[in-house]
Design a binder for this molecule. Sequence first.
Ligand code: GFB
Length: 318
Amino acid sequence: MVHFDLSGRSVFVTGHKGLLGSALCRQLQGRRDVLLWTADRADLDLCDKVAVDDWMAQHRPDVVIHAAGRVGGIAPNEKYPVEFLNDNLMMAQNVINSAYVQNVHKLVFLSSSCVSPKAAPQPLKPEDLLSSAFEPTNEAYALAKTVGMRLCGYYRKEYGADFISLLPCNLYGVGDRYDAFASHVIPALILKMHNAQTFGQDQIKLWGTGQPLREFMYVDDATRAILLALEYYSDALPLNIGSGAEVSIANLAQQIAQVVGYKGRIIFDESQGDGVTRKVMDKSMLDYLGFTPKVDLESGLRLSYADFVARDDIEQKI
Ligand code: GFB
């Protein structure tokens, strides 16, 4: 197994204020032998090619972990396909192309389980990517991320660049985004149930049927897996980052109610979509690399809720 030694390297993490980017920075800040680079959006717009080229030429990082993106749950993905395609595509091309020009030694491109074809057999294998149509609710995001993954593969094939793509399952945890419309399901349900409990509301409405299954991984587990892949994975084939822990949305809602202390009714608005019914990742390669998740769903939900309660930057929190 090839080893890319991170010691003594400079690492540029894009999207350092997001859920995954901030968790990556927490892990890397703990390493005295690594120089961590980040750039606020006000200082570096990743959609601006010239700005990205200038920043990369000035800083010349050894490693780039591209965790930035225009991201969100099922609702914004469905409502803003133009922005989800354009922004994620521009960021991917700018960062990947500039990384090659500036001789970045290793690039990690973060994709997502949602790029898997809707009809692909489960557990989802990276070999099945592009074998059939995307899930319509997140097609724009999936297209942009797929182009990024393919571009990394082409740079490896044509120029021998050590650029890898990773596909995490649904992530959640400390530093998540809490917005009733734009969030992924776990932060959305924490917000809805907390506010309902605080406000004395006796029911909350969730989207869809509650029947879909989702595979969740706590964000600090995901960052451990990503840094393991950075050091020990080098292949054109994307690597799945899955926990193997699936739960139905209805069961998840019950678990979140327990953690939040919400006692009211949970009703499902079937006029809202479910998205894909299931998307569990084949994690055999991650198992081979010796990775095991440490944070189970109940513990992760408790950590997430504690973060939610402690934070004062969540506008919609009552
Ligand atoms: O997390 P989520 O928005 O994204 O939705 P996806 C997961 C499931 O929870 C869907 C249901 O079946 C939703 O219909 N759900 C029920 C809710 N109530 C709610 C709610 O109040 N808010 C939200 N957000 N969901 C995303 C992709 O798909 O997966 C992204 O759209 C990304 O691009 C992400 O890849 C990892 O899991 O359906």
